[in-house]
Design a protein around this ligand. Sequence first.
Ligand code: SAH
Ligand code: SF4
Ligand code: F3S
Length: 477
Amino acid sequence: MYDNNPTLEGIKTIDESKQGSVLFKEQWQDAHVPGGKKFYIESYGCQMNFSDSEIVASILHEVGYVPTRDVEESDLILINTCSIREKAEDTVRKRLRFFESIKQRRPGTVVGVLGCMAERLKKKFLEEEKLVDLVVGPDAYRDLPNLIGGAEDGRRMVNVLLSREETYADISPVRLESNGITAFISIMRGCDNMCSFCVVPFTRGRERSRDPFSIVAEATSLFENGFREVTLLGQNVDSYKWENPETGEQVNFAGLLEMTAQVHPDLRVRFSTSHPKDMTDDVLYTMARYDNICKYIHLPVQSGNSRILEMMNRTYDRPWYEQRIEAIRRILPDAAVSSDIITGFCSETEAEHQDTLSMVEWAGYSMSYMFYYSERPGTLAARKYADDIPEDVKKRRLNEVIRLQNAVSLRHNQADIGKTFRVLIEGDSRKSDKDFCGRTSQNKMTVFPKKESLKPGDYVMVRVKDATSATLLGDIV
Ligand code: SAH
Ligand code: SF4
Ligand code: F3S
């Protein structure tokens, strides 16, 4: 549908799975300012970062910049960075080497670093990376036109101020890499938790929630433009809290979910990430009341052992986490739950690692994001605990968790064989243009042969006939 849109040439991010860009039409038309400068942006890290890049694109568009997918022809190269693990930062530095080689060939090019690594390293970045012109933290994107102006005059510009208020609520993001069907909406920024391993509170600042009416307006506009699914994003969505400054009326996450679900019964609502300490039964009951709130919860456990959880400062223990899973099973019996897991955290014993394995088995996660511990400078753990598990042990434990999770995922998916699910068609399957793909409410990717009359954005009933650990295969019924 968007294939003739020249702005498809627009943007590249590292997420190759989301091919095809779309700017909303109105935005696209006036994006073609004659002689307009071109920007290129690459994004790393979590969905919040990808979502921020869409805000950045919108701010740049306002001052006449046109997106390009070809870094070689861009006047402005931006890299939106992640600091969560050392590897993420290494990748960014490698990309910078490449951008700097372009700058050497085309001296006028401005190179800017955005996001979490910019915030973590601040001015130091300019000392370490001699060819970087701009360092801009996640709360300073409104200042970009001004900073770019300074860089064009040959100055090196930094703005890494964190804010207690900024939510970019009034900026309508330019949808970059989009299938035109599913979109992310940031509902809050920052994080007030202090998980000892985590750099996010330092790079993203204090937690603040966005005005719910601006969220609902964004969801409504997406729906009117053909989108059929929104994912509400925050580091800890369960602590969403907004107070109307005039009336004192309060909206919590359950309230926001309900408001978003009411936009239209055909607009699916997802959210991420839930925190085990804050996820309330109220949220689960709200999910149960609305068919269009997807029955899927990402509830990262991190470790299955209470002593490690305490050292991680997650503020829950294993029994508390188990009781949250039991609440989900009771209130939402058909919901899928997924997790994040870290292996080899400071002082973790083999027996404690076994507790993580037994948690994967007991919780029966549909899938997990799994990592080995990477010490981050400045975090509580870096200051208080020795990073004393050898890398080969961390990796071996990680492989054990991955192997088990794959088996649990396969079992979870095989249990769906013979059942029928409502699937939202997202587009062609990756392997064949004879097949569509889309997800079930439980967030399982489903592949099935196309039918003439159907198109992306339609809902279909699919009967599952086979399954791998990652995908359901079926037929339209
Ligand atoms: N706010 C989310 C997580 C955001 S970061 C939450 O609280 O669940 C995404 C995941 O990266 C985390 O859940 C954790 O599993 C992993 N992670 C964060 N810091 C890490 C580190 N220092 N080493 C390894 N993995 C880490
Ligand atoms: Fe990091 Fe914990 Fe905040 Fe998640 S909740 S972003 S892991 S500090
Ligand atoms: Fe990375 Fe920052 Fe997200 S550190 S995971 S991009 S909040």
